[in-house]
Design a protein around this ligand. Structure first.
Ligand SMILES: Nc1ncnc2c1ncn2[C@@H]1O[C@H](COP(=O)(O)OP(=O)(O)OP(=O)(O)O)[C@@H](O)[C@H]1O
Length: 708
């Protein structure tokens, strides 16, 4: 019997390995090379929190902090040594280390510090920086624990006569987003290859029946899913999928799953699992961020003696020191896209000049889905231009991902971006957590994100597994207050090198200057976007912008300017009286009240040739430039759509869905300054069964809140 088996399914504590108290010095020499030096010092602060609070305790005081006495596996840093220690099955180790398989050698800090504890069966809260291998940290010991379970018969696998049933689930992993659940499953299948263990997924947006049939036919030991779909299938007796033998529950991105958006679903899933007083259950929580607000929920969910493995020192910023983080002020909201293009072009130009840089591969994060879409559309339009194609930007893929795309399109975008050598992924917070896209060189956040955690997780899409990366935040000066409140202590430095960020875009630009070229390209790209997309983008940004800006008047002015100057439209959309009231815009200059009839009547309020869009750029005037874009967009179309899915509806429904946006703590806000409705931006798994008010709200404003 393997040591692990004895630990979890028998004499666990007698075999507990011990280690010298001063671990930092020893570990320092054995740390994986790719870990940042900062983690060396953080080891000294690795702690074990033994909460004295009983389960379901409402107490909020801090748990006692003790020096960690890492157990034997904490001393092991090479995966291959786990076999010698008889901790992990040979097949699993081979899958991890073989060059033709995962090809990994050295364990990361979080992997090495949690492995033995998990094999022993302890409850764990593990906090480690983004991209430091948390997925394998919970997968490897969890799969090992299933193998250790004497009641699991892997020899049944594949034999028709004695199939593993759908009720053989031993471990359940909950992920806040579909893409992340799928990604974890891919990793789990790699680790479990050849062991006989069966890994299945249950994620929203996919065909429920097909997924169920697969689980029923093939059986399942480890199920990975999103909250809504898991709740659906576990609560429906007709699915035949249950988990009466479940031993392990894992919450990946735990803080997200425990916040108000997801917590009810997660609680309900737990209520569908075996009673933990009758069947012992281990619960594992992993995340790069564990804000104080969720600690109470953590304590309520984990056993009182849970271990807190924290590789991020308390006085340390939980972002990687090797990621330069730059702050760029934009003159107007309309300057962000030119600044993004300039950033990409500058980088590619440096590569052309022989600098040893990886190809530009960026994720641009937006606070609203509609903005994601218009930006992706504009860049795709640009990328079709022959000049662009022949430039150093020519091979870039321009991809979009947000919850309003079908799951098939989302998956395709994610796959394409994974494979892309260079490109930009225009993303909502669907990809902000956990997604492991290789070789992302830049993360660009447009507008101050809704909270610090979101900033950290988005930034964490770059500089993963020891690689380099850069973080950029483009923000309007009027967001300064909210920036200070949410991100004030993060190490961003001001960067003024991007000329287009500060250019006055109401001017006409000649293509003779580099700024002019960039601005004209973006203008051309936007000109080809249809009017409905522009209105939706305006509406989608209303909530966050009025919430983020120091004053609502400034926010409306900035949005109107973006609409007229950036999108070359004539008059900003009308807002319904109710929406105005909800946003606190009643006495604000520049807001036009109405029901959208003007948009419908005018059949599109493009400013047409007045500013000239790309015809102004000169090289494409022959195509009719802007006017063509405008005609095509048929603002009548925009008007209709606006009416159907835009603001008027938003105005009606917003109030029902926590759109007390104007206030600081509207709706699902978690904290003082976080009240924006984009709060649930990476909310997963609602797509298949949305609650009506939330969905209506979301559709109205083009946000990813509460969707997936
Ligand atoms: N021991 C290791 N050595 C080298 N690379 C590793 C190791 N473990 C994991 N990785 C790789 O590091 C990358 C990041 O891992 P993972 O996605 O698990 O990070 P994470 O800590 O979960 O990040 P996030 O907080 O963003 O979810 C992956 O590409 C993974 O394959």
């Amino acid at each position: 019997m393997m040591l692990g088996t004895a630990r979890r399914f028998g004499v666990s504590h007698a075999l507990r390995a011990t280690a010298p108290r001063s671990i930092s010095a020893r570990l320092a020499t054995q740390l994986p090379k790719w870990q940042a030096p900062s983690t060396l010092s953080s080891l000294a602060a690795t702690r074990s929190l033994h909460s004295s609070f009983p389960r379901l305790s409402a107490a909020t005081a801090e748990a006692t902090v003790e020096e960690t006495e890492p157990s034997k596996s904490a001393m092991i840093t090479e995966f291959s040594d786990l076999a010698a220690e008889n901790l992990i099955h040979n097949k699993i180790i081979k899958n991890i280390i073989q060059p033709d398989r995962m090809n990994l050698k050295t364990m990361t800090e979080v992997q090495s510090l949690t492995l033995n504890e998990i094999v022993k069966g302890d409850d764990i809260l593990a906090q480690a920086k983004t991209g430091t291998g948390k997925t394998l940290a919970f997968l490897v010991p969890t799969l090992q624990n299933i193998l250790n379970d004497p009641s699991v018969d892997v020899s049944k696998v594949g034999r028709r006569s004695a199939r593993t049933g759908p009720s053989e689930i031993r471990a359940l992993i909950i992920s806040p987003t579909r893409e992340l659940a799928e990604q974890i499953a891919v990793e789990a299948k790699k680790v479990a290859f050849g062991t006989g263990l069966i890994v299945q997924t249950a994620v929203g947006g996919t065909q429920k029946r097909a997924g169920l049939a697969k689980i029923q036919q093939e059986g399942c030991h480890l199920l990975i899913g999103t909250p809504g779909r898991l709740k659906d299938i576990l609560s429906d007796p007709w699915t035949g999928v249950s988990a009466p033998k479940l031993n392990t529950l894992i919450l990946d991105e735990a803080d997200r799953l425990l916040d108000q958006g997801f917590a009810p679903d997660v609680e309900e899933i737990q209520s569908l699992l075996p009673d933990p007083t009758k069947l012992d259950r281990q619960t594992l929580m992993f995340s790069a961020t564990v804000p104080r607000e969720v600690m109470q929920m953590v304590r309520q969910t984990l056993k009182p003696d849970f271990k807190h493995v924290n590789t991020v020192r308390e006085d340390e910023v939980p972002t990687h020191h090797r990621v330069p983080q730059k702050l760029v002020y934009t003159r107007g909201l309309e300057n962000s896209l030119p600044a993004l293009l300039e950033l990409a072009q500058n980088w590619q130009a440096r590569r052309d000049n022989g600098e040893d840089l990886r190809p530009f591969k960026a994720i641009a994060y937006f606070n609203s889905t509609a903005e994601t879409k218009i930006s992706a559309d504009a860049f795709n339009n640009m990328a079709r231009n022959s000049q662009f194609r022949q430039s150093s930007m020519g091979n870039m893929r321009m991809l979009e991902i947000n919850s309003r795309l079908t799951q098939a399109l989302r998956t395709r975008s994610a796959d394409n971006f994974r494979k892309a050598r260079e490109g930009i992924l225009f993303s909502s917070d669907v990809t902000a957590r956990g997604m492991d896209f290789p070789d992302v060189t830049h993360v660009v956040q447009i507008g101050v994100p809704r909270d610090r955690e979101t900033y950290i997780h988005r930034l964490g899409r770059t500089a993963r597994a020891g690689k380099e990366g850069e973080g950029w935040l483009f923000m309007h000066r009027a967001e300064q207050d909210v920036y200070r409140k949410r991100l004030g202590r993060l190490p961003l430095t001001l960067d003024t090198a991007l000329e287009t960020a500060d250019a006055d875009l109401s001017q006409t630009f000649s293509n003779d200057t580099s700024v002019g070229k960039i601005v004209n390209q973006v203008t051309e790209g936007l000109a080809q976007c249809d009017g409905a997309t522009k209105v939706k983008s305006y509406m989608g940004q209303l909530g966050t912008t009025t919430g983020n800006f120091d004053s609502k008047r400034e926010a409306i002015q900035a949005l109107n300017q973006m609409f007229t100057v950036g999108y070359n439209m004539q008059t900003p959309p009308e807002l319904s009286p109710r929406l105005m009231q909800q946003l606190g815009l009643n006495r604000i200059d520049g807001v036009s009240m109405g029901d959208g009839t003007r948009q419908r009547r005018d059949g599109g309020f493009s400013r047409g040739g007045s500013r000239g869009g790309f015809s102004r750029g000169g090289d494409r005037g022959d195509r009719g430039g802007f006017s063509r874009g405008s005609d095509r967009s048929g603002f009548s179309r925009g008007g209709e759509r606006g009416e159907r899915s835009g603001f008027s509806r938003g105005g009606e429904r917003g109030e029902r869905s926590g759109f007390s946006r104007g206030g600081d703590r509207g709706g699902f806000s978690r904290g003082g300054d976080r009240g924006s409705f984009t709060r649930g931006g990476d909310r997963g798994d609602r797509g298949d069964r949305p609650s009506r008010p939330r969905r209506a709200f979301d559709e109205s404003f083009g946000n990813d809140s509460f969707r997936f």
